[in-house]
Write a protein that binds this ligand. Structure first.
Ligand code: HAM
Length: 430
């Protein structure tokens, strides 16, 4: 016997039965982005490795340890995208979008790749729903973005998610914080992991998001970035908080929030869920302002702010909620004899064209086995088609949740089904 080939570790299949939750999240996001004026952008899954090195940062875990990087046949170093912000910025620059409009709002959804240690909610291929707003440096833009997420979570029915915000300052004020942080971390050097001892030399901010517990304890007691903000950064952060108040958005200020990517200036934020289903992967989304990235990538001096939500984590939360997302069939057509099989097939086809969701057993088989399948399908009604129904043109709609059968003319099935009041969904047989 040939050996079975399994999927790649950390990369999941999504099958019917589960995909409906994903589709619900995606369509909810599309609706909301539409309301807020965000247009969809799709970039390739593979980019020049240098794009991520120069934006996300060489010292980050994402670029330093987690990228799927390979050489193509032409000797170019390419990487599977670990995130969507840099690719979107690359496209924005490449298509000279800033020359066409002063403010652009984009969203994207799709798979990202990071070679991470896997656990619940953390995968090597995962999906993000992200949005980026280019051209507005004002705190109102940061607040508007957070509002999209808040309304998105509301529409999904997800509660108990806390918005954490912080400001990392800018080129003007961050050096003073940086110096203080280095001084502090040097004093605690021996307590840091080997990686962080190196980070301390090259990119000390990254020590603050090390996953090692000892490093986290050192970081927790370190200097507070907010005490180092220059006046414009402080005013930006204060105004952001005022605007969140105007929008009725609740938040907590968390001065330890630094995020694991190098490109942020000023605002950073994360949405953190308190649900055991996520274990330690409780951050369902995060983002921030990256006013310097465009220029750093050789583009125009355009400010930007964005975020990305982890679709896999949102789905885990929704599945815990116990709601059903599969759409049950309106009707199951069963045939009483072999002679009715063709007409059953044709009737199903016609009713689907008329907009009904119809299930039909293409294998035929005994009426008993078809009725079992009708039960399992969760259909609202079953219609049995036999010689008598075919000759009379009259049949019955049997409500699967129980109740009296409804007489129906075979040429008026769709309208009759639609006219029936929705009963509680029958529980599909196990
Ligand atoms: P990030 O924090 O690296 O930010 O990822 C955003 C979200 O993606 C996380 O909060 C998490 O929900 C999800 N996520 C990340 N890694 C994994 C994983 N291995 N498995 C499952 N879910 C994961 C960014 O990627 C930035 N590009 C966000 C951004 C947009 N900043 C500005 N604009």
């Amino acid at each position: 016997m040939s050996q079975k080939i399994n999927g790649v570790k950390g990369m999941n299949d999504l099958l019917p039965g589960e995909i409906e939750v994903w589709q619900f999240v995606e369509s909810t996001a599309r609706t909301l982005f539409g309301r807020f004026g965000y247009g969809e952008v799709r970039t390739p899954m593979v980019e020049d490795t240098a794009l991520f090195v120069r934006s996300v940062g060489e010292e980050t875990d994402i670029v330093g340890k987690e990228m799927y990087t390979f050489e193509d046949k032409g000797g170019r170093s390419l990487s599977l995208r670990p995130e969507g912000t840099a690719p979107a910025a690359r496209a924005y620059i490449e298509h000279s979008v800033s020359n066409q409009e002063p403010v652009s709002r984009w969203f994207y959804m799709g798979p990202m790749f990071r070679y991470e240690r896997m656990k619940t909610g953390r995968y090597r291929q995962f999906s993000q729903i992200g949005a980026e707003a280019y051209g507005a440096k004002e705190p109102a833009q940061d607040a508007e973005l957070m509002d999209v997420v808040v309304q998105f979570l509301e529409a999904l029915g997800l509660k108990d998610v806390t918005l954490n915000i912080n400001s990392l300052g800018d080129d003007n004020c961050r050096p003073a914080y940086h110096a203080k942080l280095v001084e502090y971390l040097n004093a605690h050097r021996e307590e840091l992991c080997a990686d962080c001892q190196q980070r301390l030399e090259r990119n000390p901010l990254r020590v603050l998001d090390c996953k090692n517990e000892k490093c986290q304890a050192v970081a927790a007691a370190g200097p507070n970035v907010l005490e180092f903000l220059c006046e414009p950064c402080r005013a930006h952060f204060t105004d952001l908080q005022r605007k969140l108040g105007v929008l009725g958005i609740r938040y907590v200020v968390n001065h330890r929030l630094v995020r694991g990517l190098d490109y942020y200036t000023r605002t950073v934020f994360e949405f953190i869920a308190s649900h055991p289903a996520l274990g330690t992967a409780s951050t369902v989304g995060g983002g921030g302002r990256y006013d310097k990235m465009m220029k750093g990538l050789g583009g125009p001096d355009v400010p930007a702010v964005g975020y990305a939500m982890g679709l896999d984590r949102l789905v885990l939360l929704l599945k815990e909620g116990g709601k059903t997302f599969t759409q049950r069939p309106d009707l199951f057509i069963a045939v009483a004899d072999e002679g009715s099989q063709d007409e059953g097939l044709a009737l199903a086809s016609r009713l689907r064209r008329e907009g009904l969701k119809v299930d039909f057993d293409t294998r035929g088989g005994s009426l008993k086995s078809q009725m079992k399948r009708a039960d399992k399908s969760g259909a609202r009604f079953t219609l049995v088609l036999g010689e008598q129904e075919r000759t009379s043109g009259q049949a019955k709609l049997k409500p699967m949740a129980g109740g009296e059968p409804v007489p129906v003319a075979l040429d008026n099935v769709a309208a009759t089904v639609r006219a029936q009041p929705e009963a509680a969904a029958p529980v599909p047989a196990a």
